[in-house]
Design a protein around this ligand. Structure first.
Ligand code: ATP
Length: 520
């Protein structure tokens, strides 16, 4: 790390964790414990007073000292400029001030992560033109508001991997709403969504731009949604799913900020959780892991495997709501090759936690190959897959299929099973089978594993076959309006499906088969 002096504005790391000096020991202890920080900034109103050290607070509590937080306050180097030299003090930290309030608490960890010179010099990131425009405008908006803005997450990962991406996540050190409005105006973008959690979404050309203030969070229980608060950048990195998704790219300098070795893991093709309880606090990350591992062909680090075993041992998947689970499956189905992620989940015993009977790798491959040929949408693939795995109607609910849809799919599965012999009987004309199958939801055909692929594809083609003549044509031939017309059209269509007539032979066929109708 070079000992460089940085302009203060280059070193804004987000809202420091702060507690009012009049708070109790217990309140301070709770904040330390939830955030996992070692230092809290003590304030009186907005004014910076000093810091509280975790060890000091805990010692005071252990000794049973009857004191106030003000008694435990310690002074820390602070000022409006920053040099790394300033970190050489007993706290290994420095407070960046604006007027008399604390803008950022810079720790050794921040300085190390911000040590861009070492990390990103060898990486020339190529920004497509439109992305570059977004970044430039975002930088201008940040400058106008006196804050810092970073690209974060998937977009940074994909830039390094040189993969196109249209989902952009921006993190700002403060004032996310003003920033979002300002950027929307600069780009001429639409502000499509604002949320209670202080996140904003812009739509611009093909891009979705998500904007949030850096935050820290904690989970009250496994699989719950987290409680989130404005926080420092290093906490915002730590709350993420994998190191490769925890990289920031400073838009002013276009350099990486890497708190947890994400760049190293990207180069080594490793998927690494940020901590061992990662999958326990948020089991949806298991499905995200399956997507990334298979999409990028990355291996789990040994800790990631241990984190997975722990989550499976603690049965946390059962705590996930079916809506959240469905959402994760939907994202898998949107992958270019969903079968890889599903096989990954099956082989790592994740699917077993959700479904009683899990198909083997070859059945899964067959299923997805057919789903692709059938051009099922991602949502249809989920339904087909749920039905494929379901042993009883209720099992469909696990992937949030309910009400009429659930009944219809299950009924279809039962009818198909009942008709298995009929469908496999080579003596029965194809048209009869087609007439039966076309009443079924397409997802159900895929779940009937006793039907072979060629047969299903052939039937699907037959669904499109038309009789060749219309009701009007028949009337022109002298057939009176009435039920006979429907019967004749059906017979025509059956003959076409079974290949017993050729184009142009329709009229002759009908005159022969329905001679009584024509003579009446
Ligand atoms: P993809 O290419 O699959 O869309 P992405 O990285 O863009 O990947 P998003 O779901 O858009 O994924 O999320 C954006 C970022 O938010 C992620 O890169 C990650 O840093 C963070 N993130 C998303 N979901 C979680 C989660 N469940 N737990 C922790 N961090 C998450």
């Amino acid at each position: 790390m070079k000992n460089t002096t940085h302009a203060a504005e280059n070193f804004l790391t987000g809202t420091p964790l702060t507690i009012d000096i009049k708070s109790s020991f217990e309140q301070a202890q709770e904040l330390f414990s939830l955030a996992g920080e070692e230092l809290l900034v003590l304030t009186d109103g907005a004014a910076f007073k000093g810091v509280l050290r975790r060890r000091v607070l805990e010692e005071a509590m252990r000794f049973g000292l009857k004191l106030d937080l003000a008694d435990l306050l310690e002074k820390i180097p602070a000022g409006e400029d920053f040099s790394q030299e300033a970190l050489k003090n007993p706290f290994s930290a420095y407070v960046l001030l604006k007027k008399d309030s604390a803008k950022s608490l810079i720790t050794l960890k921040d300085a190390f992560a911000f040590a861009w010179e070492d990390l990103s010099e060898n990486f020339s990131l190529e920004f497509p033109e439109e992305l570059s425009e977004i970044c430039t405008k975002a930088s201008e908006a940040a400058k106008a508001l006196g804050l810092r803005v970073f690209l974060v997450g998937g977009i940074v990962r994909d830039l390094i991997l040189k993969r196109p991406s249209f989902d952009i996540d921006l993190v700002v050190t403060e004032k996310a709403r003003y920033f979002a409005e300002n950027l929307a105006q600069k780009l001429g973008a639409r502000l499509v969504k604002t949320s209670l959690f202080g996140t904003f979404k812009l739509a611009w050309r093909d891009y979705d731009i998500d904007i949030a203030q850096a935050r820290w969070e904690y989970y009250e229980a496994p699989a719950r949604l987290p409680k989130t608060f404005p926080g420092p950048l290093r906490q915002d990195a730590f709350r993420r799913d994998f190191t490769i998704n925890s990289l920031f790219l400073c838009l002013k300098t276009r350099r990486l900020i890497d708190y947890y070795g994400g760049l190293k893991d990207l180069c080594a093709k490793k998927l690494r959780v940020l901590h061992i309880l990662s999958f326990v606090e948020d089991p949806t990350r298991i499905f995200r892991a399956a997507r990334y591992a298979t999409r990028f062909n990355f291996a789990f680090s040994s800790d990631t495997f241990r984190a997975l075993s722990l989550a499976l041992k603690l049965k946390v998947l059962s705590l996930l709501s079916s809506a959240r689970l469905r959402n994760e499956f939907l994202r898998i189905m949107e992958e270019e090759n969903p079968s890889l992620a599903i096989i990954f989940l099956a082989e790592n015993r994740v699917l077993n936690e959700l479904f009683e009977k899990v198909p083997d790798k070859f059945e899964i491959k067959r299923f997805f190959a057919l789903a692709t040929k059938m051009r099922l949408s991602p949502a249809e693939k989920i339904e087909a897959f749920a039905l494929f795995l379901a042993l009883r109607e209720k099992d469909l609910e696990r992937l949030d299929i309910s009400g009429h849809k659930k009944k219809a799919l299950w009924q279809a599965k039962l009818s198909l099973k009942e008709k298995a012999a009929f469908l496999k009987d080579p003596k029965i004309p194809l048209s009869e089978k087609v007439f039966f199958l076309e009443k079924m939801p397409r997802e159900a055909l895929l779940a009937a594993s006793f039907l072979d692929e060629a047969f299903i594809l052939k039937c699907l083609k037959c669904f499109e076959i038309k009789p060749g003549l219309s009701g009007e044509d028949l009337q022109k031939l002298g057939v009176k309006q009435g039920p006979e017309i429907g019967k004749m059209l059906k017979a025509l269509r059956a003959a076409k499906i079974d290949g017993t007539i050729k184009p142009g032979e329709e009229e002759a066929f009908l005159r022969k088969e329905f001679a009584d109708v024509f003579s009446s």
